[in-house]
Design a protein around this ligand. Structure first.
Ligand code: ADP
Ligand code: MG
Length: 270
């Protein structure tokens, strides 16, 4: 049951992109990914869950086209393409000298859209992330959570089909993280884009996702895939529910198993 949230069951949706037998070996000899197969469906909120060094960031960079696979393919079967992607990194990476407005305007400016013309789209996104009152502030005047909101607004201002997020909330305190989790889900439910979300938090991945792909390290690979069929919208009641606890246990078990199947002993750190 998907409830009355309007989020269709995973298998009913069209594939947005395929990773087919994707491997990435760096010139250092590190096999960051080996034989990764994955289907990302239109409208998915998919989390890549795994320990440090299992190739999560490498996978995102390959999807974004910032890097190319050593072997295997990344296929976009539909009309969408790499130009239709937003990227949010763990560090907000804002221009320190520019206002919040100008930071969010940047991707539109790069497409040749003048400031006045961009105004409605920029202000709409700032409202969506609860920063409409901070358009003229500069980054140093903002908290870490607010900077991350600006970063999300900047990634979403072009209304990309696919949003890639690399541990975006890892540096934030738990209360701020929960707020941003809630706001991100609101935005996702409202605007119906696809998210690939990298995290090493079991709790965060279960709260947010409809699918969790667990990865293992050395070599980086897919170890497990699970559906999180709890209905949206998900709120604080879900966060404290028996269902949530059971799903967290399931994801945690998958992660433990993935970490226990390392090719090298666990005491060896990369
Ligand atoms: P994760 O994001 O899951 O922590 P990464 O994708 O960053 O993992 O890295 C996977 C592996 O590839 C790690 O062993 C890392 O040290 C290595 N790696 C990542 N980027 C490079 C690079 N540019 N050159 C060499 N090795 C790299
Ligand atoms: Mg990483």
């Amino acid at each position: 049951m998907s409830g009355d949230s309007g989020v269709p069951a995973a298998d009913d949706r069209a594939p947005l992109l395929f990773l087919r037998d994707v491997s990435k070996t760096f010139s250092t000899g590190t096999v960051a990914l080996r034989g990764v197969d994955m289907t990302i469906r239109d409208g998915d909120f998919l989390s890549l869950l795994g320990p440090s060094g299992c190739g999560k960031s490498t996978a995102l960079r390959l999807i974004a086209g910032l890097s190319t696979p050593t072997s295997g393919q990344i296929e976009w079967p539909g009309a969408s393409s790499r130009s239709d992607i937003g990227f949010v990194f763990q560090e907000p990476t804002l221009m320190p000298w520019a206002s919040v407005f100008d930071n969010v305007w940047l991707p539109l400016r790069l497409r040749g859209i003048a400031r006045a013309q961009a105004q409605p789209a920029v202000m709409e996104m700032l409202e969506r992330v609860h920063l409409a009152g901070f358009a003229d502030a500069v980054p140093r005047e903002l908290s870490g959570g607010m900077k991350m909101r600006v970063s999300i607004a900047r990634a979403m201002v072009t209304k990309p089909r696919l949003l890639l997020m690399d541990e975006p909330f890892a540096a934030l305190d738990e209360i701020t993280r929960f707020q941003l989790n809630n706001d991100l889900l609101d935005l996702w439910q409202d605007q119906r884009f696809t998210v690939v979300f990298v995290t090493h938090s079991v709790f965060e991945s279960v709260f947010l996702s409809n699918r969790i792909v667990t990865m293992a390290a050395r070599p980086g690979r897919v170890a497990d895939e699970m559906a999180v069929s709890a209905p949206y919208p998900r709120d604080e009641a879900f966060r404290t529910s028996v269902d949530y606890a059971a799903l967290c246990r399931q994801a945690s078990t998958a992660l433990e198993a993935a970490m226990g199947t390392n090719a090298e002993p666990r005491h060896v750190h990369a």
